[in-house]
Ligand binder design. Structure first.
Ligand SMILES: Cc1ncc(COP(=O)(O)O)c(C=O)c1O
Length: 372
């Protein structure tokens, strides 16, 4: 074995011993499993209108965008989607990206530099953490949802600019950020609130318009919001919603936007159709929240702010064992273990899905009660 192979084998052993090995499990289209792990919260990825939207955009524009948005990769379907997203959520302008990950990398790396303080909630998504690393800004991590700590960090700053990074509904914990208080703190200290609505769009706020819309924060120049098209919209891709000045800055300065091929036409067409379904069928939003409440009751945890439920487990081995036991009953659940959990606590992660019928929900509840 070469030194490189030795190193890989030692890393694999270390992961295995700690119960932290990750494995890929293919999901087949016709499998009977009840999905309480994925993020297709409204069941739209296979909705006939959404699939038709994807097919129609692919037929019209091709399988790929063909180039960066700044070369020949900006398509009318991108602009149509940008308009629809901001009209739905109350923002001024939108910019779509090939992934939500790229949207987050772009915002933070283009809006922060060495003279920027980045105040980051302890539980923000990995894409925002990586974005901080790319930005060269100075990062201060504050305890989760602690507005007083955010204010303290803002008051003590010496840098010219400040960004405050949060998720409006947290991807692992499933709780909501106190967005109104955070926006007030940002306004008091001339800081910009960067809020990721990946898990709020389609699930939280009026008809699924998200928590920034609900708090009346959507059209503020000091609020920049990201989202992903890959969760409740059942497609793929991401977007930034902001003032026109921020959009213009990103188009000119965001490297993950400039040096990346534009969003695939099928993903844009699918997301556009999905947004129309969310708007036309608000009962899907109500249904996903009702199912989330039922699952929370079965797991004896607090009702979540959206579709994500977090159930603390004694350790990573117990979490994995629970996931496997549920899979044996054809219920797929997820888990988060260190290093994905900043507080070192392993958790089951369950997600509610609007398309589950009452018998699916009853079966899932039975399995969860047995498990926990
Ligand atoms: C909070 C959050 N932000 C960003 C992303 C990245 O989005 P995407 O999967 O579209 O790259 C995810 C999910 O994977 C997420 O959970």
């Amino acid at each position: 074995m070469t030194a490189f192979e030795d190193w890989l084998a030692a890393q694999a052993r270390k992961r295995e011993d700690a119960g932290l090995t990750r494995r890929l499990v293919p999901r087949h289209p016709a499998e009977p499993t009840i999905d309480l792990a994925g993020n297709d919260y409204l069941g739209l990825s296979r909705h006939p209108d959404v699939v038709a939207g994807a097919v129609s955009a692919a037929s019209e524009y091709g399988a790929g965008a063909g180039a960066s948005r700044l070369v020949t990769g900006t398509l009318p379907v991108h602009e149509e989607l940008e308009r629809a997203l901001v009209e739905f959520t109350g923002f001024t302008t939108g910019l779509v990206f090939s992934t939500g990950y790229h949207a987050n990398l772009s915002v933070v790396s283009a809006l922060a530099d060495a003279d920027t303080l980045i105040v980051s909630d302890a539980h923000i998504h990995a894409s925002l953490i990586d974005a901080c690393r790319l930005s060269r800004g100075q990062v201060t991590i504050v305890p989760h949802n602690d507005v007083a700590a955010v204010r303290g960090a803002l008051a003590g700053r010496s840098q010219a600019r400040t960004l405050v990074l949060v998720e409006t509904i947290y991807s692992v914990l499933g709780d909501a950020a106190p967005v109104a208080d955070l926006a007030e703190a940002c306004a008091a200290y001339d800081a910009v609130l960067v809020a990721d609505e990946a898990h709020a769009l389609g699930v939280a706020g009026v008809g699924g318009r998200g928590l920034l819309h609900a708090a009346g924060l959507a059209d503020r120049p000091d609020v920049v919001a990201t989202l992903t098209l890959s969760k409740s919209l059942g497609a793929q891709g991401g977007a930034v919603r902001s003032s026109p000045a921020v959009r213009e800055h990103l188009v000119n300065r965001a490297r993950p936007f400039i040096y990346d091929t534009g969003l695939a036409p099928a993903a844009a067409g699918g997301a556009l159709a999905a947004l129309a379904v969310v708007e036309a069928e608000p009962q899907r939003v109500r249904r996903v929240n009702a199912i989330a409440a039922t699952l929370a009751d079965a797991c004896r945890v607090e009702e979540p702010a959206g579709a994500v439920l977090a159930v603390p487990m004694p350790g990573p081995l117990e979490a994995v064992a629970a996931v496997e036991k549920a899979a044996g009953s054809d219920v797929r659940i997820g888990c988060f273990r260190p290093p994905s959990t900043p507080d070192g606590i392993s958790r089951l992660r369950l997600t509610a899905h609007a398309q589950l019928d009452d018998s699916d929900v009853a079966r899932a509840v039975g399995v969860l009660q047995d498990l926990l």
